[in-house]
Write a protein that binds this ligand. Structure first.
Ligand code: FNR
Length: 178
C-alpha cells in the first residue's frame, strides 16, 4: 500500500519531519512511503487560481494524494493552531476532494506538555470537513517529543513506540477495510 507522509513543519531540523522519517522506517515493508516535500512551494490558496489553471505544484500534490492509498500527517502546533503551510495545502484539496474517503492518520508532536493537542484537534476538524477516513486509533498527540525522539531519530520511549505502531496498524487496517 502506498502512503503519502506529510510533515507540517518547514524547519530544516524539524522534530516532526524527523518523526515522520522514523515512522517510515518502523513501518512494515507492505507500506511504501513517499515523503511530501512540496509544502513550502505551494502558493497561497485562493479560489481565483484554483480550477483548470491550478499551479503545477498544486497538481503535483493532488496527483500524489490520488495515487496514495493512505496519508500520514505529523504536525507541530503554532500559536494553538495548525501551521499555516499545512492548512494552506489542505485548503488546496477542497475543490478536488482528494481526501474524500482517504484513510488518514493524524499525529501532532511538541516539546511542550500539551503535545500540540489544539493543533491536533483543529487538524481533525479540517480532515472531517475534507471527508477523510480517520480511524480512532490513528489519532495521536505526543507531548515532550524531545525526550522521546533523539537527534538520530530513535524512539527512546517504549510507550511512544507502541503508540506509533498502533497508528500504523490503524492506517493499514483502514486501507484494508475499504
Ligand atoms: C511554537 N511552539 C508551540 N508549541 C506548542 O506546543 N504550542 C504552541 O502553540 C506553539 N506555538 C509556537 C509558535 C511558533 C511561531 C513557534 C516557532 C513554535 C513550539 C513548537 O512546538 C516547537 O518549536 C516545535 O519544535 C516545532 O515543531 P518542529 O519544527 O520541530 O517539527
Amino acid at each position: 500500500m502506498r502512503i503519502l507522509a506529510i510533515s507540517g513543519s518547514l524547519r530544516a531540523t524539524s522534530t516532526n519531519t524527523r518523526l515522520v522519517r522514523t515512522i517510515m522506517h518502523m513501518a512494515p515493508a507492505t507500506m511504501e512511503f513517499t515523503l511530501y516535500e512540496g509544502l513550502g512551494d505551494l502558493p497561497h490558496f485562493s479560489p481565483d487560481i484554483d480550477g483548470d489553471h491550478s499551479p503545477s505544484t498544486v497538481l503535483t500534490l493532488r496527483q500524489l494524494l490520488t495515487e496514495a492509498d493512505g496519508v500520514l500527517i505529523c504536525t507541530p502546533e503554532y500559536a494553538f493552531g495548525v501551521p499555516g503551510v499545512l492548512k494552506n495545502a489542505l485548503d488546496w484539496t477542497v475543490s478536488t476532494g482528494d481526501f474524500s474517503g482517504k484513510p488518514t492518520v493524524a499525529i501532532s508532536a511538541s516539546p511542550l506538555w500539551g503535545g500540540g493537542d489544539k493543533a491536533h484537534a483543529s487538524l481533525l476538524l479540517t480532515l472531517q470537513a475534507l471527508g477523510a477516513k480517520v480511524p480512532e486509533a490513528g489519532k495521536l498527540s505526543i507531548p515532550q517529543i524531545n525526550k522521546k525522539l533523539n537527534p538520530s531519530g530513535e524512539i527512546q520511549d517504549t510507550a511512544t513506540a507502541q503508540q506509533l505502531t498502533a497508528v500504523l496498524d490503524a492506517l493499514a487496517q483502514t486501507i484494508d477495510n475499504l
